[in-house]
Design a protein around this ligand. Structure first.
Ligand code: ADP
Ligand code: MG
Length: 795
């Protein structure tokens, strides 16, 4: 049944070669008790390991049931050990962190026997070896004799044909030894038992046959056997350990060193904690920014100016080149030591928007439900007079900060004024002739405005009542200007024209202040008028004498000067000067406009085309729809006919978003360093674990575990550590968001900035598992490659 033919095994250490077995030939019967005797170092253990498939011969052959093992693959040897061999060692070699039932079951687990069947069989063999009452114990709760009984039960569990016992009684006293040998003889009645011993007395008493070894050779055999050539079919059932078994094995091992595992998991969770916190913060900030966008940025209007040459030229260029499908010419930040002259007026990126009537109609047709208001800024200079007691004076509209307010929606909805400004006195504007006074957050009004209105600017305070009802008059061009010899001057009899029938009385009917939700008000403090007033004035002015004369003349009809590139300060202020940092840029670009004939005509009211259109969206999504609507106009238009707008909020948002992203990436990079450190640490700890579990590796291999299975065992260990550290990291990271939020609340007054996104949490646990498993990969491979014979010898 088992034939050993001329087997030779050499061990080479350095340049010394030891012949552990020297052409050994032995045949064994299917059922006999063979004792191998011989001095220490004679090759007995080596012989047993080779017969058991734990070690491999150099030359010769091992024939099992007529089948040569010369061309066995690794997996066949694994299956052979598992199916056909039961090992019993001198030092028992039980896996100490498993219960004795689990120890006995291990071989069956490896050959994939179902759990209930396994359990039944394990209990059966434990009862057979006389341990029926001890099945709930762990190995270290048993005596030496009892442990050897467990080892015998384990060897029997898979019902192998061959039991190999290497000095099974070597560590036991004589009486226990005899009990063990009785047991072996009894349980192995129908099996081949090969037992190594140095006790000749016991061998003579129990064995059927005694083989003597010396210097790697067989020197005597009490009962030789000559086997006829047999060719029986020999089927091996392949072994494998599933990941769950590996998990259970490592889980129980880890349970014996809880503190170390906890500390390892804690240390390697540091990186996860860091990243979790950083992600929570950036997540929270992102949310805040989005809320800010929706709440506040939606209050940022969309601007469409006749001259798109405005404030943030860089952003404008990018937006525009994107919209126009052109790219900026030349290199950005060139290295050349030269400057490149270009014609700004012909620069396609500085775009002149030409407002045609069709475009103005298109704007008018925009879905009103998207808008909380639209205001038009026109260059027209309305002729405004005030009566100061008995004298009548011109009003310096520049000093008034004279601005057009957006018309309220006609359907009675809450428009921009009502949603962004609180009414302090009077009423929101209703009539064309209604003026409003806008005060700042402290109810302050610039002295120059009050002085321009003719009020006592030196007073400590002025009652609302004294302001409400204050009247000014708008004078039509034909009353305001008089013609003398083709030139025009302002009629000096102001009192007369003030009282004239055509003068339009405009009245301050409301005092408004930006409410607390409005962080950036679009109408700056001062006096604001309705757009219908300027339209009314323009309609009237178009037929006026001065306009007709100016249309004819190539010179300025007021001064007689030929038009030149002279600049003039606009009397009409922009509706946008409240926009934070852009204010100074804006007002400087808008308040200095070249006084051309066209501008002169605009100022006189000859042309109703607005200079600037300001659109106030109701909310953030409306803003997106509006920009889509505005983009739709440009579809299929030539470059010259496209109308470009500026979305200030988009500029701000992009900026804040990309800054957050950059900060997040930098911080995560720092935290990632601690992840790498923990990767290395897990590698070291797993390696230590491999060293500690060397014997277990040997036992598992002897029971038929494949190299792969051993790697699985350690991968399972790192899987557990990785999962623990990931969960711990997430838990601690989450807990840390609480004090972080408290601190940030005290610093910034913003609640709950740090918020851990559940998706991030799951992702981080997965990353932690993957990284720790990566860290343990090399030690797991080392474990898998360990020679089982050496592993079993390890202390
Ligand atoms: P026994 O079990 O009869 O005491 P062994 O089979 O353990 O003897 O050893 C036989 C010989 O082979 C001894 O001389 C031993 O030193 C040598 N030997 C066994 N294993 C190794 C090894 N892994 N490396 C080198 N020499 C070895
Ligand atoms: Mg030995």
């Amino acid at each position: 049944m088992l034939q050993v033919k001329n087997i030779t095994k050499r061990y080479t250490t350095g340049d010394f070669t030891q012949k552990a077995l020297d052409t050994v030939s032995l045949n064994f019967r299917k059922s006999e008790f063979v004792a191998i005797l011989g001095p220490s170092g004679s090759g007995k253990t080596t012989f047993l390991n080779i017969v058991g498939g734990l070690d491999h011969y150099d030359s010769g052959d091992l024939i099992i049931n007529g089948k040569s093992t010369k061309h066995f693959e690794e997996s066949e040897w694994d299956a052979y050990r598992n199916n056909s061999i039961g090992f019993v060692f001198q030092s028992y070699n039980l896996i100490s962190h498993l219960g004795i039932v689990d120890n006995v079951e291990m071989g069956m687990t490896l050959s994939g026997i179902p759990a209930s069947q396994k359990r039944k069989r394990a209990v059966e063999v434990l009862e057979q070896v006389g341990l029926g009452e001890h099945i709930h114990k762990k190995p270290n709760q048993l005596s030496g004799g009892q442990m050897q009984r467990v080892a015998i039960a384990r060897a029997l569990a898979n019902n192998p044909d061959i039991i190999l016992a290497d000095e099974p009684t070597g560590a036991l006293d004589t009486q226990t030894s005899m009990q063990i040998l009785d047991l072996i003889k009894k349980v192995a009645q129908s099996k081949l038992v090969i037992m190594v011993t140095h006790n000749a007395k016991l061998a003579n008493k129990y064995a059927d046959r005694i083989v003597q070894f010396q210097d790697g050779r067989v020197v005597s055999d009490s009962k030789p056997y000559e086997e006829k050539e047999l060719h029986l079919g020999y089927l091996l059932k392949k072994t494998s350990m599933n990941f769950f078994t590996a998990l259970k094995l490592s889980g129980k091992n880890i349970a014996t060193k809880k503190w170390r595992t906890f500390l390892t998991a804690f240390a390697s969770s540091m990186g996860i904690i860091g990243i979790a916190l950083i992600l929570s913060l950036s997540n929270g900030f992102d949310k805040r920014i989005n809320e800010f966008e929706t709440d506040t940025m939606s209050g940022f209007p969309i601007l469409i100016s006749q001259s798109a040459r405005t404030f943030d030229i860089e952003t404008m260029r990018e937006q525009q080149s994107e919209m126009l499908g052109t790219s900026a010419e030349g290199d950005k930040y060139p290295d050349a030591e030269a400057v490149y002259p270009y014609d700004a007026s012909e620069d396609s990126l500085v775009h002149a928007n030409t407002f045609t009537q069709a475009y103005l109609d298109y704007i008018e047709e925009m879905d009103v439900s998207l808008l909380s208001g639209i205001s038009y800024t026109r260059l027209v200079n309305m002729n405004i007079l005030k009566a100061d007691g008995t004298t009548v004076k011109r009003v310096d509209t520049a000093a008034l900060n004279f601005t057009a307010y957006p018309a309220e929606p006609e359907d009675g909805k809450v428009g921009y004024l009502k949603s962004s400004y609180d009414l302090l006195a009077g009423h929101y504007p209703q009539e064309m002739t209604d003026l409003i006074l806008i005060v700042d957050r402290y109810n302050k009004v610039d002295m120059s405005i009050l002085e321009a209105l003719g009020m006592d600017a030196s007073a400590a305070e002025i009652d609302f009542e004294d302001i409400l009802g204050y009247q000014l008059k708008v004078i039509p061009n034909d009353d305001f200007y008089q013609q003398i010899d083709g030139y025009f001057t302002i009629n000096p009899d102001l009192k007369n024209i003030y009282d004239g029938d055509d003068a339009i009385t405009i009245t301050i009917t409301g005092i408004l202040r930006a409410n607390e939700n409005t962080t950036l008000e679009a109408i700056s403090p001062g006096i604001a008028y309705s757009d219908s007033l300027s339209r009314y004035f323009i309609e009237n002015a178009q037929d006026s004498e001065i306009v007709a004369a100016q249309k004819e003349a190539d010179y300025n009809v007021l001064t007689g000067e030929i038009f030149d590139n002279e600049t003039v300060t606009l009397t009409d202020n922009t509706a946008l000067s409240g926009l934070g940092n852009t204010r100074s840029n804006l007002s400087s670009s808008l308040s200095t406009v070249t006084l051309t004939k066209e501008n002169m005509l605009s100022m006189l009211g000859a042309d109703g085309t607005p200079y600037l259109i300001t659109i106030y969206p109701v909310d953030f999504s409306a803003k997106e729809q509006i920009t889509e609507y505005l983009n739709a106009w440009n579809e299929g238009k030539s470059d010259a006919d496209t109308i470009l707008y500026t979305d200030l909020a988009a500029t701000f948002t992009n900026l804040s978003g990309s800054i957050m992203d950059a900060i997040t990436i930098v911080l995560i990079a720092f935290a990632a360093i601690s992840l790498i450190v923990s990767l290395i640490m897990v590698g070291i700890i797993t390696y230590i674990s491999v060293l500690e579990r060397t014997r277990e590796i040997g036992v598992l291999r002897a029971l038929g575990a494949r190299k792969k299975d051993i790697a699985h065992v350690f991968n399972a260990e790192t899987f557990i550590v990785g999962t623990c550290s990931g969960l711990l990291g997430i838990a601690l990271g989450y807990l840390l968001t609480i004090p972080t939020n408290t601190i940030l609340y005290n610093l910034t007054n913003i609640e709950n900035i740090a918020q851990l996104n559940p998706l991030h949490a799951v992702g981080l646990v997965v990353i932690s598992v993957l990284l720790t498993m990566l860290g343990g990969m090399i030690p797991a491979r080392i474990a898998a490659r360990k020679d089982p014979v050496e592993a079993l010898r390890a202390e």
